[in-house]
Design a protein around this ligand. Structure first.
Ligand SMILES: Nc1ncnc2c1ncn2[C@@H]1O[C@H](COP(=O)(O)OP(=O)(O)O)[C@@H](O)[C@H]1O
Ligand SMILES: [Mg+2]
Length: 304
């Protein structure tokens, strides 16, 4: 179980995580979804007891990460963004090393069990350095699970692996939820939707939206979006005018016309057609444009 309350992390003066709160329950996969630099890795490092929060309370598997970081580490499995490689170890030695480091009672048995679980038994004598990226990621999962931790934290586990392996890793993560609390980070919206029960959208260190994927879709669906093209005046003047229509939140040039975004709940269609005609323009086109969830997400986190 994960309990985060008013957690803030600064690096010097730089604010990386800004007063976030969230929970994750046993059997739940919670996704941290956000662009690069949003604060995902920082959050995860603090949750694993790797570094302390600047302020706030962070409890993992019933223990405080600041005052009981050793207890936390025993109960957390962590797949870091970059799996640390000890290239001269074999697959089996690598997992065993982590088992011992975490004080697993039967390191050999546990190592063999987890290698079997992640289909690595055939490769147990291979050197870590000779593994493909996909296999290395599987090894990372085995390492993270060898002590059968209550909480599993996976930092962008599908980055840099091929599409077939991405599917495999996502499936592995889904399976984990049967026995563990899982925190999973990604910058890919569709992946968060597929893998997670609940998603926290994080931007510049703040949670800007949270909910089940279907709830988010509802919650984030902005107002009406229309494409408009009109003749009879300068484009700049038309854009100016569109901006003044009540309920319009943004006007962006697209092709020969504009995409007009309406505020939530505003019915802008009538007002636009009225005002454009009244101003002496000839309306060439006025039609709704659908926004994908990806567009909505990019809107929220910024298109930079
Ligand atoms: N060790 C560090 N020292 C200083 N700033 C850091 C350090 N690690 C991350 N940051 C900064 O903190 C912010 C959050 O980074 P990070 O947690 O890595 O985000 P994400 O994993 O979402 O890409 C970024 O602005 C990043 O530049
Ligand atoms: Mg990161």
């Amino acid at each position: 179980m994960i309990e985060v309350r008013n957690f803030t992390k600064r690096y010097g003066v730089h604010l990386a995580v800004d007063n976030i709160s969230f929970d994750a329950q046993p059997g739940e996969i919670v996704g941290l979804l956000g662009p690069n630099g949003a604060g995902k890795t920082t959050t995860m490092r603090v949750l694993t007891g790797y570094m302390p929060p600047t302020s706030g309370s962070v409890r993992v598997a019933g223990h405080d990460v600041m005052t009981e970081s050793l207890e936390v580490r025993k109960r957390v499995g962590y797949l870091p963004e970059r799996v640390p490689v000890y290239p001269d170890m074999t697959v089996r030695e690598f997992v065993q090393f982590w088992a011992k480091l975490r004080g697993v009672k039967k390191p050999n048995t546990q190592t063999d069990a987890v290698l079997a679980r992640f289909n690595l038994t055939d490769r147990k004598n291979m050197l870590v350095r000779s593994l493909s990226k996909g296999l290395r990621q599987r090894l990372g999962l085995a390492q993270a699970l060898v002590h059968n931790p209550e909480v599993v934290i996976l930092d962008e586990p599908t980055i840099g692996i091929d599409p077939q392996q991405v599917i495999e890793v996502r499936e592995n993560v889904r399976q984990l939820a049967k026995e563990h609390t899982v925190l999973f980070s990604t910058h890919i919206l569709s992946e968060a939707e597929q893998v997670c029960d609940r998603v926290l959208i994080i931007r510049k260190g703040q949670i800007v939206a949270a909910g089940r994927p279907d709830e988010l879709r509802q919650q984030l669906q902005p107002g009406e979006n229309l494409y408009i093209a009109a003749d009879g005046g300068s484009k700049a003047a038309l854009q100016q005018m569109l901006m003044t229509v009540p309920g319009v939140s943004a006007v962006e040039a697209q092709g020969d016309g504009f995409i007009v975004r309406g505020d939530l709940g505003a019915n802008i269609r009538g007002a636009i057609s009225g005002q454009v005609t009244q101003a002496g323009y000839t309306l060439l086109e006025l039609r709704p444009v659908a926004m994908t969830l990806e567009d909505i997400f990019l809107d929220i986190v910024g298109r930079a």
